[in-house]
Design a protein around this ligand. Sequence first.
Ligand SMILES: Cc1cc2nc3c(=O)[nH]c(=O)nc-3n(C[C@H](O)[C@H](O)[C@H](O)COP(=O)(O)OP(=O)(O)OC[C@H]3O[C@@H](n4cnc5c(N)ncnc54)[C@H](O)[C@@H]3O)c2cc1C
Length: 473
Amino acid sequence: MDASQAGTVDALVLGGGISGLLSARELAAAGYRVTVLEAGQEWGGCVGSHVVAGLTLDSGAESFATRSDAVARLAGELGLAGRIVHPRPGGAWVQLPDGPRELPKAGVLGIPANPWDPEVRRSLGLLGSLRASLDRILPASTVAAADVVSVAALVKARMGRRVLERLVEPVVGGVHSADPALLDVDMVAPGLRAGLREHGSLAAAVAAQRRNSTGPAKAGSAVAGLDGGMHTLVGALLSDLRGRGVTLLSGTRALSVTRVGEGWRVGTAGKTYDGGLLVVAVDGPAAVGLLEESVPAIAGRKPGAGPDVQLVTLVLDKAELDDRPRGTGILVAPQTPGIRAKALTHATGKWDWLADAAGPGRHVLRLSYGRVDGAGQQPAGLDADDELLAASLRDASALLEVSIVAQDVVDWDVVRWPGSLPFAAVGHRARVTGIREACSAAGGLAVVGGWVAGNGLTAVVSDTLQQVRKLSA
Ligand SMILES: Cc1cc2nc3c(=O)[nH]c(=O)nc-3n(C[C@H](O)[C@H](O)[C@H](O)COP(=O)(O)OP(=O)(O)OC[C@H]3O[C@@H](n4cnc5c(N)ncnc54)[C@H](O)[C@@H]3O)c2cc1C
């Protein structure tokens, strides 16, 4: 080893997103000396922040699912328990080709717990609700027993096309930027097929998941956030890691991984780092690319990159929005003509802390663009910032039914997330299981992150804790 090479550390973590930072915390708590290598200049990955019109806003994730208490518990350990907040009541809407409807509250990924709930009835119509209620009499083995199945196949077989098109496609498009026909149900709605087998119907499985969710979100929205934004979790994690003596190296991209004796060596531009344990917490294509030479069993299993997502944030002076015409926001059904956005979040209509910070008459809207269609293709999207701004003004006006023009804009920003929402194609659960078995057989190695856990902070936090505890034991 020459002078340009760093000394041995007990554990190396590649990637400084939430899964990497949490891995470092667990390893440090278990007594390891830890070094984290992050390619970018910022920490937190998809849990980022930006300043628009003087407001510090989330630039990526802005809430977490409350179907388990994983994130709330982490926030509590980091001293943020008192900052957990719930969205303002009123819920979200969905824009259908025939107009806007309130999004039924008691669902999972748009799948209703009760097809006769008045909000569900209004979205589906009588025939749609009738078809959806067939779910209760179909044998539980329908679709539940198949080896792998897409979200669309499950929903269509149990509840019919209208539930799929009018409820599930808009929600799945908003959350995963993809068509439900392409997504592995076991990745994006873990536990739902097991619930169907246990409770006898999809609706009952959804109801059971909702009953088990934590906190006041039970009755309405299934998410919570943090006063000040989700990115405050990253700030708290970083202070915790510094307090534990973890070495945090930003601007340090891992370029290679090799087996050296019982440990691992990571090459970067300029230095190599050795560690007894290695946690790879980068995106799927990068993780498999880094590991396939040292763990040949995973060669050729690289997942496809996720869709490219663009977020346009508008800060507006527009008192008409004080009435929150679409509650916390609106998801757009893919067949809706004339609208390019897949979702609009009325951030000041959703979070009290942000409405207070913005002040009366000032509003924050966030529109997201980019989704993969049923053929697995991402149609050419809007590219330049000014095109995205123009589209967001048109879309916001149509979706909120309030005229919004350039003169209303106090400030705006575009954030691009290329490939950052991993694409859990049908069969992904089986692929991930194979990759994890191969990594665990290699010894001293774990792969974590959204591409293996499933998108979303709740899935990532609980899976990362499980994997890293197994590794350090
Ligand atoms: C726009 C957007 C909005 C979202 N909204 C929500 C939401 O509201 N609620 C929710 O629960 N989830 C949301 N998600 C999903 C959630 O943010 C992710 O599932 C989660 O943050 C993924 O964390 P991660 O650590 O797996 O990956 P990432 O956050 O992607 O972190 C991976 C890190 O690895 C680094 N890296 C990559 N290659 C290398 C390398 N070779 N060497 C070193 N470092 C490398 C990257 O720079 C990055 O920092 C959203 C995601 C996006 C993109």
